[in-house]
Design a protein around this ligand. Structure first.
Ligand SMILES: [Zn+2]
Length: 419
């Protein structure tokens, strides 16, 4: 309604204007050189209007023409983007298929078409890696770290590169930077733990470990190497909490207590530990402060009293008695250990040293002594270690006794008379 009224009003004004111009009297004369043009005022006004209209149209046309090259440019750039995207997609598929040559070619093409965009850099880095060109890959990953949203992928690539090159310090730096770029990544957590384990950085590894066996092992190792007693105590407590009865942790706790001048508490800890689960490591820690063989034999008797009749108690008594030249006691306890079910060579070795016959010697070498065996890769060590020296896992070393149980018991029992 409003538009209709406006249209009628404008039409009325224009009509009135045209009528007024039509009624204006007089003529207009223009001279140019020898030419003279004479016309009425209404005709002159009409010509002026026509000239203005033509000029407006011309200016518009020029504007279109000027914009035309931009239009062509934009079409061209769209085409480049499209071709670049196709090259990028082809490269990513080639990467997934493990086709290094195609992936590298696609990386070169997409880089030419799209420039160093984050995705192009990622393709360039991964394809160089796949093609066995680590320096090229490293440069592309380094460039990628400059892109805020893709920095994680850049540091991730550089981390892998450093790990492969065995440079764990550089790997640790990139792991921290990657953590900053993308906090809380589970993959990164595992990587950081692996790096800390390779560096034997027990404290750093402990902060990243989650399995109780890992925590117990790493906290024990951290306690053993702690410079201050308070730190040693804290780590040893953490180890025992993660795995109560874990002999290396009990020994470490006793050592930490001694470090802080709490000898009685240390002794009590070891006695309690032996009573719960006798283990040679606890005996070693308990006897460490006794120097003469007789004192050691007496201390062993004290310890063995907490787990009377247990195979390890009897073995300990036989070994310390032998050292103290109490041969009768040594023989008696060695036989008691065998009767109690100890099947490895240790009690037989005591007997063989007392009664060296071919039979005792054979028995002494029959069943292997218990040792620490990795539950992950089956590597064996005589001393406990927090980290397996072969597979590098933490908390996998298990105390394993002889597998040939039945044979050793029969042979030992038949061969060796009670002392
Ligand atoms: Zn292992």
């Amino acid at each position: 309604m409003f538009r209709a009224i406006r249209f009628i009003l404008i039409a009325a004004v224009l009509l009135a204007l045209a009528w007024w111009i039509g009624t204006v009297p007089g003529t207009l004369t223009a001279h140019s050189g020898n030419y003279t043009v004479q016309t009425s005022v209404p005709a002159a006004v009409l010509i002026l209007v026509v000239i203005v209209l033509i000029l407006t149209l011309l200016l518009r046309l020029i504007g279109h023409v000027r914009r035309a090259p931009g239009g062509i440019g934009s079409w061209r750039s769209n085409k480049r983007l499209k071709q670049g995207d196709i090259a990028l997609q082809r490269g990513i598929v080639a990467l997934a298929a493990g086709d290094a040559a195609t992936a590298q070619a696609a990386a070169v093409q997409s880089r030419k078409l799209l420039g160093d965009t984050p995705l192009v850099l990622l393709l360039a880095a991964e394809s160089a890696r796949l093609s066995g060109k680590p320096e090229q890959a490293k440069a592309a990953f380094q460039a990628l770290t400059g892109h805020k949203d893709m920095a994680f992928l850049g540091h991730r690539g550089l981390l892998r590169h450093a790990v492969e090159g065995g440079d764990h310090d550089i790997a640790a730096i990139h792991a921290l930077a990657a953590e900053d770029a993308y906090p809380g990544s589970a993959w990164l957590q595992t990587q950081r733990l692996d790096i800390a384990l390779k560096k034997h950085d027990f404290r750093a590894a402990l902060a990243l470990a989650s399995a109780p066996a890992e925590i117990a092992a790493l906290a024990t190792a951290a306690a053993n190497e702690a410079a201050y007693g308070a730190d040693a105590l804290r780590y040893a407590k953490q180890a025992i909490k993660a795995a109560p009865g874990f002999a290396p942790a009990i020994a470490a706790y006793a050592q930490a207590l001694r470090k802080t001048r709490r000898d009685r508490a240390a002794k009590k800890t070891l006695l309690k530990g032996w009573a719960a689960a006798p283990h040679p490591l606890i005996a070693t820690a308990y006897l460490a402060h006794f120097s003469s063989p007789i004192e050691r034999a007496q201390a062993a008797a004290e310890l063995a009293k907490t787990a009377p009749g247990s195979p390890e108690s009897e073995l300990l008594l036989s070994q310390t008695s032998l050292d103290a030249q109490l041969t009768g006691e040594a023989k008696r306890h060695a036989n008691a250990a065998i009767q109690a079910g100890l099947t490895d060579r240790r009690p037989f070795t005591v007997l063989a040293s007392l009664d060296p016959t071919p039979e005792t010697a054979a028995a002494a070498s029959a069943a292997p002594a218990p040792k620490w065996v990795c539950g992950n890769c089956s590597a064996e060590t005589s001393d406990w270690t927090a980290i397996c020296p072969v597979c590098g896992k933490a908390g996998t070393m298990l105390w394993r006794t002889s597998p040939s149980k039945a044979l050793a018991v029969t042979e030992g029992s038949a061969l060796l008379p009670a002392g």
